[in-house]
Structure formats: structure tokens, C-alpha cells
Design a protein around this ligand. Structure first.
Ligand code: NDP
Ligand code: 2IT
Length: 449
């Protein structure tokens, strides 16, 4: 099912497979990028000469460590944690931490690899990295989460720094976790180094609009894609998978721009509310009470909860996958297209399988890949670092305006690059090539490092 690779790129990909056995998500992320880089090597042979692609596929540094911690009953648990410092040609390693039982090296490496290109696309001074642990935060008390974060940071702190590596949140890591992690970093190092983390609380160095940024940015990206096709979000029906940080604020911005959001989900099931999702209720259930999305249907008349339901079977104009990798398959893509979907943007990282992406492409619908469409989160993290560096704090309106400008720029960059390389409207090609070019130029300029 996969497209053939350019003859220069095939051996590089084979090498990635051989050197990273069993890391299927990492293979998938690398292959998707390599499939689009053939024409770049023709136009810019210097990148092949300098072995930029081989270097870009190999993380600069990979840290794997044990995290022992005690639960509330006094029982000891051992988790494994990772930080993959992928590429620092454009700035300090930057990228989130994920706490989820499915985490292993292959997941962190795929996320770190994606992050390099995404961060490059933002145009801001941030390199790429990612970390996390196979720790499952579900059902854990605040004290257990705190002890886990403190134990993790007791090792990780030595690898971090404002100019070295700057983590943030991802699945299972939000402001609560960043607080515990930052607190322990401050305690061990005796330094109030605000810019060593992003996604902080507003009282202790956080940026306004960071919480909203990924979801808002994804919807700004959709808005731009639709505008390019003389369409608009106003009046469109929208479905959003997940009900975490990215999903909630994607729903909020979609609603603000006049769309009607009728379904969202979590890993247990989905809710459908034809009258339009009540976001206040979702936020209370998810952000305050940390309960399951099924509670929504218990409290909301007319809403349906479907356990294990597949959200992509719900007819919509716009679909926003905002939960996790490979959650939208070829079958789902076919169904969405058949039922009239005109745009898909990835709030999550790599949520659409390669076959799914091909179906969207063949159907000619607007498809915004995660690297571009969800870059608003990390871009606003860079704005948080900027505020920390100048000991300043911007208004919500100003920060959101910057975010919007960045998303418009990313959209235009992808759009124009796709055009330049003979694949108009192909945002996958545009994002991969535009992201690749900036980081590669920097790598060549810095010599063999
Ligand atoms: P959250 O932990 O806040 O929310 C995750 C949501 O996705 C939850 O509803 C969760 O359901 C669901 N989910 C997670 N794993 C699975 C799974 N294996 N199967 C089905 N559903 C799942 O995370 P975020 O909203 O921060 O992240 C969502 C996606 O967005 C991820 O792909 C992340 O990498 C990406 N992203 C996040 C950014 C950020 O700034 N936070 C920036 C850019 C991308 P449940 O509660 O049942 O587990
Ligand atoms: O995937 C991502 O871009 C994130 N989880 C956010 C990273 C960040 O450093 O803000």
C-alpha cells in the first residue's frame, strides 16, 4: 500500500528499519517524510552530500531511565521513562512529555521526529525532542502523581535547561504535572529557571493562551485551508475525537467560528449531541472532575453515549482527530469521504494511518497534517519562553493574535511549498518539505555536528 521511495532514500529507510527494530510508529513517521523528499534532493543535492537525511533520522541523544515511586498504600512501582533529544540545530530541544501505558521508545521517537519538522515550521528558535513514561495516571491520586513526577525529575533535571532541553505537556501531562515537575527541578537545582518548562500556571511563569493554543491553532489551520478553497467554517458540522486539552480547545474555537460540534470521545467511548456539544459540561467533567466522557450523556438530555463507538461514522463536514496516533484508519477515511466530509486537520500527532491519508488525498479533500495543523501548541510554548526571557507577561488577546499569525504563516508556507514542488493543495508534501528545508539548512551551516 505504501508509495515507493526515491532510490537515494530507500537505503536510508532500510537503515532506519534495521537500526530501530520493532519501533513501528517511528518507522511510519520516517517513511511518511521520506516519501515526500525525493524532489528536494534533486533540487538541493547538497543535502545528500552532507548526509542530512541520515543525520536527521538519528536522534542526537536518547536517555532511558528507571522511575521508582510509592503509591498511597506504600507499594513500590517501577516505571520506565524516556527523553529523546532529537535535533538542536534550530534551538534547545523542545517538546512534550507523555504519560500513558502505551509509551515505549518507538512512540517517543516518532513524536520526537515529528517535533523536529513541526518546530522548524513555526519559524521560532526551537529544536525537537520528546519524552514520557509508561506510567498510567488514570485513577491515581494527586499525591501519587506528585511522587511519580518528583522521582522522574530526580533523574531528568540534569538533562534539562533553558538553553538545553525544555519539556512541556502531552497526553497525560497537563498543568498539574508540569507544576510538580517544575517544583522538583527548582528544588534540586536551586534555580528559578522559568523557561525550562512550558505549559506552566499563570501565577508562576505560564503564558496566557498556551492551554488553548494547540486546539485553537488547529482550527485556525482549518479556517485557512477552507479559505483557500473559498469555503468557511461558519455553519459547518464538526466532530472531534478525544476530550482532552487539544480536543476541548479545538471545539471551543470551532464553535467561536460558527461551526456546530456534535461529537467527541475518550478512550472508552463517544458522545453524540445533535444540538451541539455543551463545552462547559465537557470541561467540568474532564478538567475539573477528571471523569469519563460517558458522564456527559448521563447529565445531558438528548445526548447519546456509545461505548467503544467509532466517531468517524458520524456524518460531518469537518473532522478533527485530537486523541492519539493511528486512530483514523483507511476504513474510517473512506466513511468520512463517503458521508461528505470536506476537511480533516490533525490536532493529534499522526492520528491518520498512511492509507487513510492517501484516501483523503485521492478524494481531494483538504487535509492538514499534524506537523502543521497542531504546531500552535509548541509555537505558543516558544512564546512562553520569550515572555520568561524578558520577564514579561502578555495579554490573552496579544498572545492569541501572535498564535493566529503563526498559524497563517505555517499554512501559507505549506501551501506555497507544495505548489513549488508540483503538488498543489498537498499539505503533507508542503509541511514535510518546508519543515525539512529550514532545519537542514541550519544543519549544513553548522558543519558536521
Ligand atoms: P490529553 O491527555 O489532554 O487528552 C488525550 C485525549 O485522547 C483523551 O480524551 C484520551 O482519552 C484520548 N486518548 C488518549 N490515548 C488514547 C488512546 N490510546 N485511544 C483512544 N483515545 C485516547 O492529551 P492532549 O489533548 O494534550 O493530546 C492529544 C493529542 O494531541 C496527542 O496526540 C498529542 O501528542 C497531541 N498534541 C498535543 C499538544 C499539546 O499541547 N497538548 C500539542 C500538539 C499535539 P482517555 O482520557 O480515555 O485516555
Ligand atoms: O506535540 C506537541 O507539539 C506537544 N505536545 C507540545 C510541545 C511543547 O513543547 O509545547
Amino acid at each position: 500500500m505504501t508509495a515507493p521511495l526515491d532510490e537515494k532514500l530507500e537505503p536510508i529507510y532500510q537503515d532506519v528499519l534495521r537500526r530501530n527494530p520493532g519501533e513501528t510508529e517511528f518507522h511510519q513517521a520516517v517513511r511518511e517524510v521520506l516519501e515526500t523528499l525525493g524532489p528536494v534532493l534533486v533540487k538541493y543535492p547538497e543535502f545528500a552530500e552532507h548526509k542530512v537525511i541520515q543525520r536527521i533520522c538519528e536522534p542526537e541523544r536518547q536517555i532511558i531511565f528507571r522511575v521508582p515511586w510509592e503509591d498511597d498504600k506504600g507499594e513500590t512501582h517501577i516505571n520506565r521513562a524516556f527523553r529523546v533529544e532529537f535535533n538542536s540545530a534550530l534551538g534547545p530541544y523542545k517538546g512534550g512529555l507523555r504519560f500513558h501505558p502505551s509509551v515505549y521508545l518507538g512512540i517517543i521517537k516518532f513524536l520526537g521526529f515529528e517535533q523536529v519538522f513541526k518546530n522548524s515550521l513555526t519559524g521560532l528558535p526551537i529544536g525537537g525532542g520528546k519524552g514520557g513514561s509508561d506510567f498510567d495516571p488514570k485513577g491515581r491520586s494527586d499525591s501519587e502523581i506528585m511522587r511519580f513526577c518528583q522521582s522522574l525529575m530526580t533523574e531528568l533535571y540534569r538533562h534539562l535547561g533553558e538553553y538545553t532541553d525544555v519539556p512541556a505537556g502531552d497526553i497525560g501531562v497537563g498543568q498539574r504535572e508540569i507544576g510538580y515537575l517544575f517544583g522538583q527541578y527548582k528544588r534540586i537545582t536551586n534555580r528559578y529557571e522559568s523557561a525550562v518548562f512550558t505549559g506552566k500556571g499563570l501565577d508562576w511563569g505560564g503564558s496566557r493562551a498556551r492551554r488553548e493554543a494547540t486546539g485553537y491553532g488547529t482550527v485556525y489551520f482549518v479556517h485557512e485551508m477552507l479559505k483557500a478553497r473559498s469555503e468557511e467554517l461558519d455553519g459547518k458540522t464538526c466532530i472531534v475525537s478525544g476530550s482532552g486539552n487539544v480536543a476541548i480547545y479545538a471545539m471551543q474555537k470551532a464553535m467561536q467560528l460558527g461551526a456546530k460540534v456534535i461529537a467527541c470521545s475518550d478512550s472508552s467511548g463517544m458522545v453524540v449531541d445533535e444540538k451541539g456539544i455543551d463545552l462547559k459540561l465537557v470541561r467540568r467533567i474532564k478538567e475539573v472532575e477528571r471523569r469519563r466522557i460517558s458522564v456527559y450523556a448521563e447529565e445531558k438530555k438528548g445526548a447519546r453515549y456509545i461505548e467503544d463507538g467509532n466517531i468517524w461514522t458520524i456524518p460531518c463536514d469537518v473532522a478533527l482527530p485530537c486523541a492519539t496516533q493511528n486512530e483514523l484508519t483507511a476504513k474510517d477515511a473512506k466513511k468520512l469521504v463517503e458521508q461528505g466530509c470536506i476537511a480533516v486537520a490533525e490536532g493529534a500527532n499522526m492520528p491518520t494511518t498512511p492509507e487513510g491519508i492517501r484516501i483523503f488525498k485521492d478524494a481531494g479533500i483538504a487535509f492538514g497534517p499534524g506537523k502543521a495543523a497542531n504546531a500552535g501548541g509548541v509555537a505558543t510554548s516558544a512564546l512562553e519562553m520569550q515572555q520568561n526571557a524578558s520577564r514579561d507577561s502578555w495579554t490573552f488577546e496579544f498572545t492569541e493574535k501572535r498564535l493566529e499569525e503563526i498559524m497563517v504563516n505555517i499554512h501559507n508556507d505549506c501551501f506555497e511549498t507544495a505548489d513549488e514542488f508540483g503538488e498543489p493543495d498537498n499539505y503533507v508534501v508542503g509541511a514535510n518539505i518546508a519543515g525539512f528545508l529550514r532545519v537542514s539548512r541550519a544543519m549544513v551551516a553548522m558543519g558536521l555536528i
